[in-house]
Write a protein that binds this ligand. Structure first.
Ligand code: SF4
Ligand code: SF4
Length: 338
């Protein structure tokens, strides 16, 4: 029988020996005890939905403790998009640039409560604790945090049974090797998303879609233009994460990105109180449009449909239709004289 808590150590995308050493030290220190199973997988952001790593994680229905070189919010919602869902656990190990997840959707008590997509879903009761490896400055701190989680979840084995199992090699960590390559795509934080559809209106590359219950989803993640984070700036709820972006706020840190948020109504011709934000988003979008135009004779400029979108039948989607939509959007943008 599998332990009810699985520790996942997600390796960084590079082969940095310092990072590898930290990953292996954590896996070593947590393995060989009866109350935990330890899996080492490639970088969460780059995993393919049909790969062995995500397949193994989907089979684990107990609590998860996930270490990765990502902000916890990004790691949580990457897992969620791959149907590995649960309640978001709070940990005490986090970076100074990050914050407590409990504040994410706090709102003005004078205003009507806003319904988030998460409120419309049934989320499994198991907990998922995502921990940023950059915040794990020592293996001892990691062990203490895991002990704390075990206590919090009521899964702490008795001292005697732990002592009996520690170091006996009966449950060494397991490494899962997947065939992966670097990926760039947005992830939606459904704890914040209000399903307003501004992102699907803004994106020119068919990345977003809607599922059978008319909820926004990232339908074609690999259509996203590498390095383009523009839609994260137009999302009114800061719900769009680019896990690999260099800016903490866009990569999933819990702090807001108010300084670069754009109101689409301003972008499309209304008064312009935030000229800087508008310029940033326009510049990012125009760069991608120019790059796309340069590649227009090459049909590979828009990636083929991905199998990465859960809950959506894409059998009617065609690249012709996508190109038609793209033409219409570009024409519409021209009319705004942006
Ligand atoms: S713009 Fe943001 S809040 Fe609106 S649907 Fe997209 S992700 Fe959700
Ligand atoms: S970053 Fe650009 S290409 Fe990618 S989803 Fe957002 S708007 Fe679309």
């Amino acid at each position: 029988m599998k332990p009810e808590i699985t520790v996942v150590v997600s390796q960084g995308p590079s082969h940095d020996p310092t990072k590898r050493s930290r990953e292996h030290e954590i896996a070593d220190r947590l393995s060989g005890r009866g109350d935990l199973e330890v899996l080492v997988v490639p970088h969460l952001n780059d995993l393919r939905p049909d790969g062995d790593s995500l397949g193994a994680l989907r089979q684990r229905t107990g609590h998860l403790i996930v270490f990765s070189w990502l902000y916890p919010r990004a790691a949580h919602w990457i897992l969620d998009r791959h149907r590995i869902s649960g309640q978001r656990g709070t940990t005490r190990l986090h970076l100074d640039t990050d914050g407590e997840p409990s504040d994410e959707t706090s709102s003005d008590p004078q205003q009507e409560p806003v319904e988030r997509v998460i409120d419309t879903r049934t989320v499994p009761t198991r907990a998922i604790y995502c921990i940023d490896l950059r915040a794990c400055t020592s293996a001892d701190a990691v062990l203490q945090e895991v002990e704390h989680i075990l206590t919090e979840t009521g899964m702490r084995a008795s001292r005697s049974s732990m002592a009996a199992s520690e170091g006996n090699g009966s449950r060494p960590w397991r490494s899962i090797a997947d065939d992966i390559q670097r990926r760039w795509y947005p992830v939606i934080d459904f704890g914040r998303c209000t399903n307003c559809m501004e992102c699907i209106d803004f994106c020119l590359f068919g990345v977003y879609g809607i599922d059978e219950s008319d909820t926004i989803l990232v339908e074609q993640p690999d259509n996203c233009r590498k390095g383009c984070p523009a839609c994260s700036r137009v999302c009114p709820e800061n719900a769009i994460i680019f896990p690999q972006h260099k800016s903490p706020a866009i990569a999933g840190a819990s702090s807001s990105i108010d300084g670069l948020k754009v109101d689409l109504s301003q972008l499309f011709g209304k008064p312009e109180p935030d000229q800087h934000s508008r310029q940033v988003a326009q510049q990012e979008r125009d760069q991608q449009l120019a790059a796309s135009a340069n590649q227009s004779s090459d049909s590979s400029s828009i990636a083929p449909p991905s199998q990465d979108a859960p809950g959506r039948d894409t059998s009617d989607d065609t690249s012709d239709g996508m190109n038609d939509d793209l033409d219409k959007l570009i024409n519409a943008l021209d009319q705004f004289d942006l």
